[in-house]
Design a protein around this ligand. Structure first.
Ligand SMILES: Cc1cc2nc3c(=O)[nH]c(=O)nc-3n(C[C@H](O)[C@H](O)[C@H](O)COP(=O)(O)O)c2cc1C
Length: 261
């Protein structure tokens, strides 16, 4: 797969992975490709924990599911993310950003826009929808053959200081290298970020993985081999659209058309 193909084919995997362990050869490849990421003064501020132990994966799945339920029931999920939700092809064509919620249970379809809003969130809580979606999240994570956690050394990752921003930029490059490598290996990858929004839940994972005091765990992903027609979660979305180059870039000065006319 050439690099341009890998970049364009890279997608977040919202579905389950095939029930197949990730080979040791591919685990080594992922870590090797991650380590090729650029970092300021080649400081390599990142360390990785590769979780293949089923018991840990199940525990983290439970934490992720419970976090999803909590974020939805207390309304934070809708309040924070409602602005990214799109409910029709027209909306997606117009904005070319956000996530197109194109897969919802039949019964919710007529009211999906209201349902996926702050007020709707309260109704959903009564209808136990957060529990359903929390179960989905738990099963997706717990059913994954591998999780991949990224931590940064606190020697570099100092919030509000330049090295802190530099090491975050470098972590972004690591994540993209991982994502492109999974794409090239017929694997998929998805952020597990719900626990990240509830400090006590995140700390449960940090303790479980024995992340030392002088490191900060900042991201955790589920990874595995993908297959086309995997069953989609009960509420699912698509987000492959991107803005045009004219909308994203300018020539020589902000505002100048990028196309050198
Ligand atoms: C910092 C960050 C956090 C994200 N958190 C989640 C998440 O919790 N769940 C998820 O499915 N995708 C998550 N994503 C993936 C985005 O939703 C996805 O990249 C975007 O919708 C574009 O879709 P694509 O990755 O398929 O191109 C996250 C991406 C970033 C960069």
């Amino acid at each position: 797969m050439d690099i341009f193909e890998a970049i364009q084919n890279r997608r977040t995997t919202n579905t389950a992975f095939i029930d197949k362990s990730v080979s040791e050869e591919h685990i080594e490849k992922l870590i090797k490709m991650a380590s090729c990421a650029p970092s300021h003064f080649n400081s390599q501020p990142w360390r990785f924990v590769v979780i293949t132990d089923k018991n840990y994966i199940h525990q983290i799945g439970k934490i992720a599911g419970d976090s999803m339920v909590q974020l939805m029931e207390d309304g934070r999920f809708w309040k924070q993310y409602n602005k990214y939700f799109r409910f029709s092809e027209d909306e997606i064509e117009k904005t070319k950003d956000g996530i197109f919620i194109d897969h919802v249970p039949m019964v919710l379809r007529p009211f999906i826009r209201t349902v996926m809003s702050e007020t709707g969130g309260k109704v959903l809580a009564k209808l136990k929808v957060p529990k359903i979606l929390g179960k989905d999240e738990e099963e997706l994570v717990a059913g994954s053959p591998m999780l991949f956690a990224i931590s940064l050394t606190k020697d570099e990752y100092k919030k509000d200081e330049l090295p802190g921003m530099y090491s975050l930029i470098s972590m972004g490059a690591v994540i993209q290298n991982l994502w492109l490598t999974t794409t090239a290996l017929g694997m998929g990858m998805q952020f597990i970020s719900t626990p990240c929004e509830i400090p006590e839940k995140w700390n449960e994972i940090v303790t479980m993985l024995n992340i030392p005091e002088d490191y900060e765990m900042l991201a955790i992903f589920r990874m595995g081999y993908v297959k086309e027609d995997m069953k989609r979660p009960s509420i699912d979305w698509k987000s492959s659209q991107r803005k045009s180059i004219e909308e994203l870039a300018y020539r020589n000065k902000w505002g100048n058309n990028i196309i050198n006319s």
